[in-house]
Design a protein around this ligand. Structure first.
Ligand code: ZN
Length: 127
């Protein structure tokens, strides 16, 4: 992420008082700094970096989303081969209700209800 984005995120995370200042730095320098435009910000990575639970990770992502630096996109996840499907959708309602896993030799049936995955895509901003 760009310097101005990191500064704004730092301010927002500090003001939230959800995590301590060391953790803010770990997230910024250990993770966000390395995210390129159109890459994904992952709750799992945040949980790994600062050893927090999934709820807190999503609260932090929401703060970053509020700044307009990530936006949600939708995909399907196969629990058989544990692969994210490569096709992603901008709009929730565009995700097919049923699909077949695209991984070679998997072909498992996927469905919207059980296999929906929300990803947060990094959107660079130089404001
Ligand atoms: Zn699969």
């Amino acid at each position: 992420m760009l310097e101005n984005m990191l500064l704004n995120i730092e301010k927002k995370l500090r003001e939230s008082n959800l995590i301590d200042l060391d953790e803010v730095q770990i997230i910024l320098n250990g993770y966000l700094k390395h995210l390129s435009n159109n890459s994904y910000l992952r709750a799992g990575k945040i949980m790994e970096k600062i050893d927090c639970d999934v709820n807190l990770a999503y609260k932090l992502i929401t703060l970053i989303e509020d700044l307009g630096y990530v936006r949600p996109v939708y995909s399907l996840y196969c629990n058989g081969c544990r692969q994210e499907q490569t096709k992603e959708y901008e709009v929730y309602t565009d995700v097919p209700k049923e699909a077949v896993c695209q991984t070679v030799d998997c072909d498992l049936d996927l469905n919207f209800k059980n296999d929906l995955l929300v990803l947060f895509k990094v959107v660079y901003s130089d404001d």
